[in-house]
Design a protein around this ligand. Structure first.
Ligand code: GLY
Length: 405
């Protein structure tokens, strides 16, 4: 991937009129969180309410709090266990009550520090507390840097009839700024890092819609070094992914464009399958998206939108991305595989329901219209298209491609 200097000039602007904001990307940026937040919300806000993911190191949260205090904020913080389970109305209510107890005002700031789930939750709380207060996201996982904190989707999940319904309750609420400190990725558990690559591959497969048709192939080339997590490569990876997402969000902030309009629906590539896998398995979101990409490529093949080798290519690319060096063993043994969530064989022990039941669940996806699922399928030229109400045989081909029966 290309080389660019680290520093504050690595920001990406999300152009949304009066809701425009910067996503700052670079190593060591947490030290400047307060400065960024102050510039983003102006002098009025006095309080900063940090919602910190318990998975984030105490020193990082201290640095964030210190930086905010240095910029004149009176800092309060709560810690919350991250992961999908924190995305509940119950957790949102608890945060709302804590905000009210600290007399948080409309001009005061919420700062989310952590993975995608904590940022989604804190963003949702920011959207509804007193009808909206500013939020600055400080994502600490690859997935939250390249996806969750860019574009203003916030929300919590519901459990309906025993099934996880992701993001069923939410709001569009753009952050005032995002500070993505690439240093946090250096200590991220390898499985979480790898899961973030699922969203990166997704962006690569739609990169031509956002002026970066080379992102997918460049990411594959970068893989040989990516798991060593050098800051310049990470910064470059994050920045290019954020650019893709920002360009698409800027065109279609609220996912209202027509299906053929190159809008935000494209970002759901891999997700219609992925969300169903996630409801039926303990896999991480990014792992499910990676599997969803393989399934969606199989749908393309079934519909003759891509040649047979395309599925093979996507499957082997996902597998390549999901092969990581074992920490501590790399020098002695070179690259080794870790348990491979992108390998279809992992589906069998997960006991996915039969394909007919999986397809039924796809009809309940919140993106479906009139009960008809909409699937985003990849094409060969790093573009994708939305298919309405696809033939069940095509969906079945997708499920079979990842090992369901
Ligand atoms: N993650 C899909 C979107 O932000 O639209």
């Amino acid at each position: 991937m290309g080389r660019e200097r680290l520093g504050f000039d690595m920001s990406v602007r999300v152009e949304l009129g009066e809701r425009t904001y910067e996503v700052h990307v670079g190593a060591g940026l947490v030290a400047r969180l307060g400065e960024v937040a102050r510039a983003a919300i102006g002098e009025v806000g006095r309080r900063a309410f940090i919602v910190a993911d318990s998975g984030v190191t105490a020193t990082f949260v201290e640095s964030a709090a210190g930086s905010l205090a240095g910029a004149g904020f009176n800092v309060t913080r709560v810690t919350i266990e991250g992961g999908e389970r924190c995305k509940t109305l119950g957790h949102a209510e608890r945060l709302l009550q804590e905000l009210a107890a600290t007399r948080h005002e409309r001009s005061d700031l919420i700062v989310a520090i952590g993975g995608g789930a904590v940022c989604d939750l804190a963003g949702f709380v920011a959207a509804i507390y007193r009808r909206g207060v500013p939020v600055v996201h400080c994502p600490t996982t690859l997935l939250s840097m390249v996806d969750a904190t860019v574009g203003g989707k916030t929300g919590v999940n519901l459990i309906v009839n025993g099934h996880l319904k992701k993001n069923m309750v939410g709001a569009f609420w753009q952050p005032a700024a995002v500070v993505a400190d690439a240093d946090t990725l250096r200590s991220l558990p390898i499985r979480e890092f790898r899961a973030g690559l699922g969203e990166c591959l997704k962006h690569g497969l739609i990169g031509a819609h956002a002026g970066d048709a080379l992102l997918f192939d460049d990411t594959l080339v970068a893989l040989k070094n990516l798991y060593n997590r050098p800051p310049d490569l990470l910064t470059d990876l994050i920045q290019r992914n954020v650019r893709v997402k920002a360009a698409i969000v800027a065109r279609d902030e609220r996912e209202e464009a027509s299906d053929d309009g190159g809008g935000r629906a494209l970002l759901n590539l891999g997700h219609t399958f992925g969300h169903v896998i996630e409801s039926n398995s303990p896999l991480l979101h990014g792992e499910c998206v990676a599997l969803g990409l393989v399934a969606a490529a199989a749908v393309s093949g079934h519909l003759n939108l891509a040649p047979a080798e395309f599925l093979h290519n996507i499957r082997s690319s996902v597998k390549a991305a999901f092969v990581a060096p074992q920490p501590g063993k790399q020098a002695r043994k070179g690259i080794e595989t870790v348990p491979n969530a992108a390998d279809p064989t992992i589906i069998a022990p997960l006991s996915l329901p039969p394909i007919a039941a999986l397809i039924d669940q796809m009809h309940e996806d919140k993106k479906s219209r009139g009960g008809e699922p909409r699937i985003v399928v990849p094409l060969r030229d790093r573009r994708a298209r939305v298919i309405r109400n696809p033939d069940p045989a095509a969906l079945a081909a997708g499920w079979r491609a990842i090992g369901a029966e």
